[in-house]
Design a protein around this ligand. Structure first.
Ligand code: IMP
Ligand code: MG
Length: 183
């Protein structure tokens, strides 16, 4: 067996709790979107595992599309200046859009995305965020669906990375050694 990785700290959300909560969110979303025209938009790359697990548990029809964004700033703090690396494949006008995010930290990325998507005139626009941190409340951003509310700390796993690593962990852990964080 290899030595434990010193970057991986306390497990904040173990795999079973994560999967149970994803199931609850999927049930809630399935209930709310019954009979509607659901388009699920994932924000790459952090939301990949979450969105994959979530949509497989939906009991309503949906379509999937993706955006990739990068926010300028250090690896741990976004600046609010967001660059679209990959835009949606299709227009969203008139669609019931659910934007799926990994984590809302400062909320700057989300508020940019919401403004951008709202300008394309969807019929409705809601947010499902796996994680939120206290900073998001300062911007008055409320996600309709939230997996877990975390304290203000940097986390890795289940899609969340530091320098593109640790996304594949099946649980969410605190980043233990801040020297690993760069930026
Ligand atoms: P915000 O603009 O500050 O809300 O940051 C949003 C983006 O920063 C997220 O979509 C993540 O890509 C990244 N991010 C924020 N907090 C964390 C974290 O704890 N771990 C990994 N990535 C994070
Ligand atoms: Mg991200």
């Amino acid at each position: 067996m290899s030595a434990p990785d010193p970057a991986i700290g306390e497990v904040l959300v173990p795999e079973d709790r994560l999967q149970r909560r994803v199931g609850e969110l999927a049930a809630e979303i399935s209930h709310d979107y019954a009979g509607r025209d659901l388009l699920v938009i994932g924000v790459l790359k952090g939301a990949i595992f979450f969105i994959a697990d979530l949509v497989r548990r939906l009991t309503v029809p949906c379509e999937l599309d993706f955006m990739a964004v990068s926010s300028y700033g250090s690896s741990r703090h976004s600046s609010g200046v967001v660059r679209i690396l990959k835009d949606l494949d299709h227009p969203i006008a008139g669609r019931d859009v659910l934007l799926v995010e990994d984590v809302v930290d400062s909320g700057l990325t989300l508020s940019y995305l919401l403004r951008n998507l709202a300008s394309r005139e969807p019929a409705s626009l809601e947010v499902c965020s796996l994680l939120t941190k206290p900073g998001a409340e300062r911007l008055n951003l409320d996600s309709r669906y939230v997996g877990f509310r975390l304290p203000d700390c940097f986390v890795i796993g289940y899609g969340l990375d530091i320098g593109e690593r640790y996304r594949q962990l099946p649980y969410i852990a605190r980043l233990a050694d801040p020297s690993q964080a760069g930026g």
